[in-house]
Design a protein. Sequence first.
Length: 502
Amino acid sequence: MTPNSRTGAGRRSLAAGGLAAAGTAALEPGAAAASSHREAPLVSGTPQYDNTDLYAFVSPDKPDTTTIIANWIPFEEPAGGPNFFTFAEDAQYDIHIDTDGDAQGELLFRYTFRTHTKNEKTFLYNTGPVTSLDDPDLNITQTYDIELLKLKDQHLVSRTKIADDVPVAPSNVGKASMPDYDTLREQAVRELADGATTFAGQADDPFFLDLRVFDLLYGGNLSEVGNDTLKGYNVNSLALQVPTHMIVESADQPVVGIWSTTRRKNAKGQFTQVSRLGNPLVNEVVNPLKDKDTFNASAPWDDAQFLKNVTNPELPKLIEAIYKIEAPAEPRNDLVDVFLKGVEGLNQPPHVTPSEMLRLNTSIEPAAEPKRLGVLDGDNAGFPNGRRLTDDVIDAALQVVEGELVGAANDLGDAVDANDKEFGASFPYLANPTEGSRGPLAEGVDSGNDVRNQLGDALRPAGAGGSDDTTLIAASAGAGAFGILLIGGALMWWRRMRGRAY
């Protein structure tokens, strides 16, 4: 673990601002694990329903709006075709907003998805180069609806559809299949009638850390940290930017609590919650195995059952056993208020009911130069006041779990200080997904009217301008650029054979 770039001045300004207890909110539960990537036994076997991370921040380029980003499907291998990565059709992907600190959601944004297939007689995700979301060569597509549910004590007050049949940005198959992915991303960003903006699709996983932590806390050798384990992996993202006045109780009460869940349809046709995520890292290393599935099926208003996992955390004991760094005294009452209530004077709503969720004070202006340690380094616009894409929650968590807020100042970190890809300056801010085919095109294949174009014509459904070579191509095709090149050789061979007499 390596020193970080935080300055002494930054640390002093935190204490001087009366926020010496501010750095932890959800920091204590965390420490060093991928945030909700395969974090519980049941959901780890069904990645389409598995929340990975949740982000919420005042939009830096539109400070009168709030951006919420929720990710699903951990460890998407970019080349994982021919069945690439889609949202589940039998799920409700929900983003909850607690506007008054009562541990219950007053607003709920619900996403549901539909999958569309143009040609079921091919196994290809795309049958040629894709240049737009409505390209006939994009064989598998998805669309989604968003409903806004307003609730009172978990009883439905109203239901409004705010988005209908919006296209999803596809998985990034590769350079031959999607030569201009920026265009596909831009076409998937849609403005809604109420002033909100939405995006759904694949993105580079924005979480950064050295995941070797699970090898008995870096194998007892802190000199070997510094590898961003999630580099090159993608996730499926939902990004929603809304006018802030839509989600706060009032201008006088600008703090909101946010969490995301997944509800899956069971055999009886009923929806059951199977995944939950608020602050990062909670279900990874705070909750023991016996509580993980229970937490995923639970709601914030029942979080008292997990209190002991916070006041008597396991992780400091493990660090002490392996690295001889003394664990702070228990019970960790210094962390309870911040973790379950938000930071007093920063992002704690009045009359708050203790509960686990990401809390954001929407009246804090975005930082001109964000600091990766957020509140710990005097940047009150960052984690744990919400969570920005650039916030280094691992380093912040390590420092807090080892007593940063109870007098044991330290500069621990995993030596991964930033994402491998730069984030965007405007909505949806996420970096483009890593493409499945990352090498150069094969020799002899150029941008002209080559086999990649012929492939799309040949595999179109009957009546859409197909070719008499369809059967051979459908049987011989391989996914992505490699398969397309194989088809090119087969197609030329077949045409030569047809010219011979037998």
